[in-house]
Design a protein. Structure first.
Length: 133
């Protein structure tokens, strides 16, 4: 089994461009109603338009915050490159890059175009205990 997270968005193509830029990923499907974000040949996220295909359990687009406590968490082996991409995009940063001392890695917390919370983090333990950014 492997996770295949799906989030509902207002503009699939704009969200796709945002996630591709932030994650260094690519489109695996494309289109205005549905998208697959792919990294290294593996689908890591699905984007679905709120009103497409009459799925009654995708949630209510009028209720905020989206995700209701869920966080989209992505681990990367290239944290510095991710920070460069995030800066170039001008993404909304909720928490600047910092060291999580319990995990021994760096992480940055973002807000995506639809208001979902997204974390980009290095591999657990990649900095070792007590590391500084």
């Amino acid at each position: 089994m492997k996770p295949q997270p799906l989030i509902t968005v207002h503009d699939v193509q704009a969200s796709s461009r945002w996630y591709q830029a932030v994650l260094g990923a690519e489109s695996g499907h494309g289109g205005p109603e549905y998208e697959q974000i792919v990294h290294g040949g593996v689908m890591i996220l699905q984007l679905h338009h709120w009103d497409a295909h009459e799925h009654p359990h995708l949630g209510d687009p009028d209720l905020r915050p989206y995700g209701n406590g869920a966080v989209l968490w992505f681990q990367t082996e290239t944290f510095d490159a991710a920070i460069t991409r995030i800066a170039a995009l001008g993404a909304t940063v909720l928490e600047a890059p910092k060291v999580n001392p319990l995990a021994g890695h760096r992480e940055v917390w973002l807000r995506d175009p639809d208001g979902y919370t997204v974390v980009i983090a290095g591999r657990y333990g990649d900095l070792g205990p007590g590391a500084a950014p």
